[in-house]
Design a binder for this molecule. Structure first.
Ligand SMILES: [Zn+2]
Ligand SMILES: [Zn+2]
Length: 258
């Protein structure tokens, strides 16, 4: 397959709880292939624009700590040495409440429609925006609501989604669920900004090609099972406190070298 053909085939980055395939190949039009390409040419600011459906509110804190600092710290770690100012909301009043939406479950087209309304930036100049939707329903994949998909990044776009009922079923305590949610957010932002081999070239051999745009390091947030069946296990060590470093060295090195 030629490079150009590869570029036009989306490897949709789906997080699944079970051991099913984590890849979803869908054709995209060339205009949708611009986010990660433009990002590294001129990014100065990145705004994470968050909206939630009533009933799918993100966790704001866990064990007395700010939940969204997990995403903030980990994305800032990727941007270390690069002048990109990250803005990430930490309280519900900094996010958009969408009320109750009409559908119970969502297709790719539904998600693109909601996200397009939410997006504030063209993403052509230095100011970039990633949209992140929290939906109280499941992803409709192949015509069926899939109860195992935690979140997704519509590939090569700035569109991210979290399917809240799947987060709720992935762990037991609220603290665990909050970290499952943050870990999923970090994983999906990781895809949106090019990991692994998803717009940013892998600089070492850590691309788990068989499982899509994922990392072979079992201790990295981009390892495919750390975004799926093994997520509760992956976040467990971070519940006791201390620094929450979700990315492995290889993924950090890829972004650094871009
Ligand atoms: Zn993934
Ligand atoms: Zn990694």
């Amino acid at each position: 397959m030629t490079y150009s053909k590869l570029r036009y085939i989306a490897i949709c980055s789906l997080l699944v709880l079970c051991s099913q395939s984590c890849k979803d190949n869908e054709e995209l039009t060339p205009t949708e292939l611009t986010f990660v390409e433009n990002f590294y040419t001129n990014a100065t600011d990145l705004d994470i624009i968050v909206a939630y459906e009533t009933g799918a509110e993100p966790y704001i804190s866990y064990n007395g700590k700010s939940a969204w600092e997990v995403a903030e710290d980990n994305i800032n770690e990727l941007f270390d040495g690069r002048n990109i100012s990250l803005t990430i909301p930490k309280e519900l009043d900094q996010m958009t409440n969408l009320g109750r939406l009409e559908q119970n479950n969502y297709t790719r087209e539904n998600i693109i429609d909601y996200s397009t309304e939410l997006q504030k930036y063209s993403n052509k100049d230095g100011q970039k925006g990633i949209t992140l939707l929290f939906l109280d329903g499941y992803y409709i994949k192949d015509g069926q609501a899939n109860k195992n998909i935690l979140g997704l990044n519509i590939n090569n776009t700035s569109i991210l989604v979290i399917f809240k009922p799947v987060v709720e079923s992935a762990a037991n305590s609220d603290a665990e669920k909050a970290l499952v949610e943050q870990s999923t957010i970090v994983h999906e932002i990781g895809h949106a900004i090019g990991l692994v081999n998803n717009g940013v070239q892998a600089t070492t051999a850590h691309h788990d090609e068989a499982n899509g745009a994922h990392c072979t390091n079992t201790k990295c947030v981009m390892y495919w099972k750390n975004g799926s069946g093994d997520i509760a296990q992956f976040i467990a060590p971070f519940l006791t406190g201390g620094k929450i470093s979700l990315f492995g060295d290889a993924c950090i090195a890829d972004i650094k070298s871009k």
